[in-house]
Unconditional design. Structure first.
Length: 571
């Protein structure tokens, strides 16, 4: 103890000096936001330099193996891209890369400064930053597979979200096939990830290699992700598989960075329109898109079909409880199963036909009547009990409109809906027999999307006249079925698991929406008396969720403030 006190006496002034310096630095940092920012940046540089120094020592003992693997990986990537260039494949003919005659991906390398794998939210620190051309959304590869993508860059360093991060998302597919799903990490094993939302009829087998897709904004297509270790059927509707990763996220020294030069062409916002209390608060178009230009609706087409069904029900031409087979007696299979006989119009509307596969791909390639193919596809579940997104069901609704009214969807809607709302120039693709496709194929202007949204918000009323019964809109916009019955609605943040209505989706915001692939949205928010319309070109489902999240986190709070400010005070 005596020696301890002697030690304190010798170093006491040093400790006092350190304490005073620490207090001064803290006071300096808190004296202004500018000083605080300077201190944070200095800290980042210090941490980055420390990680760099530590890893330079590590790398000294593994340079030979590291360089050999890195050179093999870069050579393989260049061979694949050269083959794609020579074969003329891999890029759409209208892409900027094709016009320039250039490969759309640039590759560079970086050294790993820090790499955590023991947390639920793991990140990778890299020794290159903005001055080296490293920017957010660049893919990160290592060991022949994907390991993450860059989320933040400073001047000298960058941070990538690891594939071993529960927030990581990208798309994947079975190698050599077009069956896609979502890649994520469940926080369990550091050598495995989850491949989910794969359609039940996909030919998935243990040992299959899962690769990146053409839809990714981070990675080139066909980069290995992992091999199928096991899989199971979830709720009787889709597969979920466990993948053994190709790369080793826990043993990273150097990585390859992928810069997709045509990313901006792939991730495009085409138009925005915001309405509240019946007034247009904001509208804007980007690039070649404009107020008079029609835009592909993709699956937003389904909501227009639902509107036509509402009019047909209101006029007594059909009923929700009508059996679907009653409209097409000549297209039925030789034996009509109990499930097929039980299917109703309501089952079509709520995507609960009982099929275990989406019939839409089958309809697109058949030379037979689409109705016959739809009925011939096995109905394995009792209709009305299980959700399965089935665009073929939307076609059947459009076919029922033609069968019972003698008109296609647009012709039927024209005097009842389109003309009263002043909607013109709308287009709807038809199949080989001339029936509206129903599930997709419609093109309309942004303003016309907003009119449909306002019509739904006002429960079928337009300029003081009730065109469609309010009861129908209320029924069509409420949650009819859950995509995944196990989802907790109080904590759910996935807008595609928040319940399905009639040809529309319930949103995590509390409203409902018409929803089309690549980012076509009509967002209806009754509590705010607001409608938000978005048209886009967003190839990745993860990015579509991010687009909606931006609306929920930024735009809706602003609309709430505007709504609150517009209400007169009690005084």
């Amino acid at each position: 103890m005596y020696r301890f006190f002697l030690f304190l006496k010798k170093v006491g002034f040093v400790l006092l000096f350190v304490a005073i310096e620490g207090f001064a630095l803290r006071y300096f940092a808190e004296s202004s936001s500018y000083n605080q920012g300077k201190m944070i940046n200095a800290g980042n540089f210090l941490v980055g330099d420390i990680y760099t120094g530590i890893n330079r020592i590590k790398h000294y003992f593994s340079l030979g193996r590291e360089n050999r693997l890195l050179n093999e990986q870069i050579a393989a990537l260049h061979r694949e891209l050269q083959q794609a260039r020579e074969s003329g494949g891999g890029e759409p003919s209208d892409s900027a890369a094709s016009r320039r005659g250039e490969i759309p991906y640039l590759f560079s390398t970086a050294r790993v400064g820090n790499n955590s794998i023991v947390r639920q939210k793991n990140y990778i620190t890299l020794d290159k930053g903005l001055r080296d051309g490293v920017r957010p959304d660049m893919g990160v590869l290592a060991g022949g597979g994907i390991v993450g993508y860059v989320v933040n860059s400073s001047d000298r360093f960058s941070v990538a979200i690891s594939i071993l991060n529960t927030d990581f998302r990208t798309s994947g597919k079975i190698a050599g096939r077009d069956y896609t799903g979502s890649i994520s990490w469940d926080g369990l094993r550091t050598d495995e990830v989850v491949f989910s939302e794969v359609v039940k009829y996909a030919p998935l087998e243990v040992g299959d290699t899962i690769v990146t897709t053409d839809f990714s904004s981070f990675f080139p297509p066909d980069i290995p992700i992992g091999t199928v270790k096991s899989f199971e059927l979830i709720n009787g509707t889709y597969y979920q598989a466990r993948l053994r990763l190709i790369a080793e996220p826990g043993a990273l020294n150097r990585v390859v960075l992928v810069d997709y030069r045509d990313r901006d062409e792939k991730l495009e916002l085409h138009s925005v329109m915001v309405l509240q209390d019946g007034n247009v608060l904001f509208e804007k178009w980007f690039g070649e898109h404009g107020p008079t230009v029609n835009h592909s609706m993709r699956s937003v087409s389904k909501t227009w079909v639902m509107t036509a069904i509402g009019f047909a029900i209101a006029e007594g031409k059909i009923a929700e409880t009508d059996k679907v087979i009653s409209f097409f007696p000549d297209d039925l299979p030789a034996e009509v199963s109990e499930n097929l006989a039980a299917m109703t119009i309501r089952d079509l509307l709520m995507m609960a036909t009982g099929h275990d596969q989406d019939t839409w791909p089958l309809l697109q390639k058949t030379e037979e009547r689409w109705e016959k193919v739809f009925f011939a596809t096995p109905i394995v579940h009792k209709p009305g009990t299980k959700f399965l997104y089935n665009s073929g069901a939307s076609y059947m609704l459009a076919s029922i409109i033609r069968k019972t009214t003698g008109e296609n969807v647009l012709d039927y809607l024209k005097p009842r809906f389109l003309e009263p709302l002043g909607i013109e120039g709308i287009e709807f693709e038809a199949n080989w027999e001339g029936t509206s496709k129903g599930g997709a194929g419609m093109s309309v202007k942004t303003e016309d999307m907003a009119k449909l949204g306002l019509f739904l918000l006002q429960k079928g009323q337009w300029q003081g006249k009730q065109l469609l019964p309010a009861a129908w809109i209320e029924e069509a916009s409420k949650r009819q079925i859950m995509q995944n019955p196990k989802v907790n609605l109080e904590t759910n943040k996935n807008d595609w698991e928040n319940g399905y209505c009639y040809q529309m989706w319930r949103s995590c915001s509390g409203g409902f929406r018409a929803d089309g692939a690549a980012g076509q949205f009509i967002l209806v928010e009754p509590e705010l008396n607001a409608v938000v319309v978005l048209t886009s070109q967003i190839p990745d489902v993860r990015n579509m969720q991010e687009e909606l999240d931006l609306v929920w986190k930024i735009l809706l709070p602003a609309l709430k403030t505007a709504k609150k400010d517009s209400v007169p005070s009690a005084e």
